[in-house]
Design a protein around this ligand. Structure first.
Ligand code: AMP
Length: 205
């Protein structure tokens, strides 16, 4: 029994449960592709899950659609429903990358409570940053249907108002790593990898 417990605890120390947040246009998409390869975990992108629900025309997807098309955040309870279901999936047992979630204080606090009950705390929160001018410049060249200038402005405002304050929340928990998102893809990824190595060493010692 004892060896079994040690084995389980041993595995747990390698599990990376990472939150990835950052404003629209900061380059999270590109970096998250590399990150999941590096972490070897599933990629839980709330934006992707919502777009999929919308294209499948599920009840939740139809409800979410009108918020997404205006660049507004989808109500917390809808997003939380998607994420909670997804975290129950067996593939999340060995860690995950949560991308674009949480985006509000209610989402962050509910996630904490959910993870506390399961005894599976977060390992690190990576916040990718860039100046507003840089973000607007990058978003202008992207061409997604929720990337019109007015919608983009709204999404950036929503980020600053609702999501940016989460950095303090996670800093207080000692989980936050703020990464400069300006530079080549390799440079930015190098910074993220360094932060994750540091977070990993904290679990082990
Ligand atoms: P993203 O792909 O992360 O930029 O998300 C696209 C859109 O999906 C956002 O503009 C929101 O309308 C919605 N969305 C994604 N994640 C969340 C979330 N955690 N909370 C609320 N709305 C979200």
């Amino acid at each position: 029994m004892l060896w079994r417990r040690r084995f389980v605890v041993g595995c747990e120390s390698d599990v990376m449960r990472v939150v990835f947040i950052g404003p629209p246009g900061v380059g999270k998409g590109t970096q998250s592709t590399r990150l999941i390869e590096y972490l070897g975990t599933p990629h839980l992108s709330s934006g992707e899950m919502l777009r999929q629900a919308r294209s499948e025309r599920t009840d939740l997807g139809l409800l979410a659609e009108e918020f997404m098309s205006q660049g507004k955040l989808v109500p917390d309870e809808l997003v939380l429903q998607l994420i909670a279901q997804r975290l129950d999936n067996g593939d999340c047992q060995h860690g995950y990358l949560l991308d674009g979630f949480p985006r509000t204080f209610v989402q962050a606090a509910t996630l904490d409570e959910l993870l506390r009950r399961r005894g599976t705390p977060l390992t690190a929160v990576i916040e990718l940053t860039a100046s507003t001018e840089e973000l607007v410049r990058r978003l202008a060249g992207r061409g997604r249907d929720d990337d019109s200038p007015e919608v983009v402005r709204h999404r950036l405002n929503e980020y600053n108002r609702l999501t940016a304050p989460l950095s303090d929340y996670y800093r207080r928990q000692g989980l936050l790593y703020t990464i400069d998102g300006v530079g080549s893809q390799d440079e930015v990824f190098g910074r993220i990898r360094q932060a994750l190595e540091e977070a990993k060493s904290k679990i082990k010692h």
